[in-house]
Design a protein around this ligand. Sequence first.
Ligand SMILES: NC(=O)C1=CN([C@@H]2O[C@H](COP(=O)(O)OP(=O)(O)OC[C@H]3O[C@@H](n4cnc5c(N)ncnc54)[C@H](OP(=O)(O)O)[C@@H]3O)[C@@H](O)[C@H]2O)[C@H](O)CC1
Ligand SMILES: Cc1cc2nc3c(=O)[nH]c(=O)nc-3n(C[C@H](O)[C@H](O)[C@H](O)COP(=O)(O)O)c2cc1C
Ligand SMILES: Cc1ncc(COP(=O)(O)O)c(C=O)c1O
Ligand SMILES: [K+]
Length: 513
Amino acid sequence: MRTVIRRRVTRMISAFLFQPPLPISPKHQYSLLPLTTTQRFLTASHSFRTLSTKSIPNMQDSASVSYLSQREAAEIDETLMGPLGFSVDQLMELAGLSVATSVAEVYKPSEYSRVLAICGPGNNGGDGLVAARHLHHFGYKPSICYPKRTSKSLYTGLVTQLESLSVPFVSLEDLPENLSEDFDVIIDAIFGFSFHGAPRPPFDAIIRRLQTLQKRPVIVSVDIPSGWHVEEGDHEGGGIKPDMLVSLTAPKLCAKSFSGPHHFLGGRFVPPSVAEKYKLELPSYPGTSMCVRIGKPPKVDISAMRVNYVSPELLEDQVESDPVLQFRKWFDEAVAAGLRETNAMALSTTNKDRKPSSRMVLLKGFDENGFVWFTNYESKKGSDLSENPFAALLFYWEDMNRQVRIEGPVERISEEESENYYHSRPRGSQIGAIVSKQSSVVPGRHVLYDEYEELTKKYSDGSVIPKPKNWGGFRLKPNLFEFWQGQPSRLHDRLQYSLQEGNPAWIIRRLAP
Ligand SMILES: NC(=O)C1=CN([C@@H]2O[C@H](COP(=O)(O)OP(=O)(O)OC[C@H]3O[C@@H](n4cnc5c(N)ncnc54)[C@H](OP(=O)(O)O)[C@@H]3O)[C@@H](O)[C@H]2O)[C@H](O)CC1
Ligand SMILES: Cc1cc2nc3c(=O)[nH]c(=O)nc-3n(C[C@H](O)[C@H](O)[C@H](O)COP(=O)(O)O)c2cc1C
Ligand SMILES: Cc1ncc(COP(=O)(O)O)c(C=O)c1O
Ligand SMILES: [K+]
């Protein structure tokens, strides 16, 4: 019996695969961009979040994206839910989750918490209900306007789930006159790819209201900006102008005329067979993300880029009297929070002309004797330090709203310590240190590469790779520390530890932010 079913399913899948595809819709080139750093979260609950697997959408330089006709979109849906074994509930869940994660990439709950999902009668409306549920769990405060409900259990279930979370349902009549005052984000989940003709009541009126909205609230359209022709787009003009469009599976033809700042793709469930059959060119989703940015880069107003830091207070009576212990505490917390390269620090030096210079280096150890890093003694920093043996170190642990400044005199560590550390490094990095006459001009990458290859061959027998004489460690012996904890309204905590001549005890003072 089971074999018969398996054979039937195999037949269905191959019938689908070998069916001639519909005429391919025109393709359009779009560049893909990384998310800006400002698009990361900083809210009370996220100030100390551990680094998640959430990666930066879009690390590709460019990619082309296919556009689907209305017929292709419907056919792909049928295929997914037919021979490919998906259920509508599943696809809707993934679609709604993609919408919620796209919203969260751009509109942080700290600023855009009040969300109104306006849900239409079909699956697009269902995506809106699912998205609202996820947004609730992400820390938003969604409300739902769902004027034309269906009695199908999928939808009644979604409504029950939202009700159990106390997500309010608002009737069309009870929607506030001025949507801008009550909501930060409107999710337009009214019509999707099955929309045809002109909008009929009661949706015509609400679409008209969305057309005339001012800057806020922002509008996020699910799959199709409602009221737009699925293929022609806003062909008569005057349609709604969403700030964000989340296309599902692949953008529909109307998305070509979307000119808003944020175009995302969601629906990470397209099996390769479907992509092949429809010659779909789709960007790859980064990491574990459910969405990927497509389209033009968002125009950002650099002067308006800012984060309001929210963190626990840093108080005099809570900190260690020894700044090295305090640093240890913060360093361990940063490591525990999973921050990347917790030991990366900016090192600032000056030359004999008092001209400063900064670069990143990796902290390789610290204790009461000082803070150690390794480098080439003949590099720019090496020469600066021989001219002026004082330096400043700076750590910035962004996800924790923390900064640490450390200053003091610098000296070379012993040859023995440098030898020990050098030989603990990966062999490739040891060879790299020989190859790199750090900070000198190189005619081309090939020069480094050729020497690297040669030395790799030379030491392929596993013999000891000698440390270059000019490579080793520096140790900064601090006479000043500052622990900075970001706070709202720029009223940060700054606790400075300093030493006074001839006195080994650290003095702790609060500095104005
Ligand atoms: N593959 C995916 O990524 C998935 C996407 N999903 C989402 O599903 C929609 C398509 O859903 P569908 O149910 O086929 O259609 P719509 O949501 O667009 O809406 C159909 C209902 O709207 C009514 N309608 C159509 N035109 C009008 C109009 N001019 N005025 C008023 N009402 C209209 C229609 O009623 P009819 O009587 O006209 O048939 C329907 O009631 C897709 O876009 C994605 O968002 C799925 O969630 C899963 C997978
Ligand atoms: C995160 C990070 C860590 C780095 N760590 C080191 C390091 O430990 N030692 C080093 O010599 N260069 C390191 N570099 C490279 C330096 O930033 C710099 O390019 C190089 O040391 C040359 O600097 P200089 O010309 O000012 O001497 C690092 C770069 C980054 C981005
Ligand atoms: C040029 C250079 N030297 C040294 C280092 C430190 O590397 P390691 O951790 O292998 O000592 C780095 C790290 O980025 C580097 O870029
Ligand atoms: K929509």
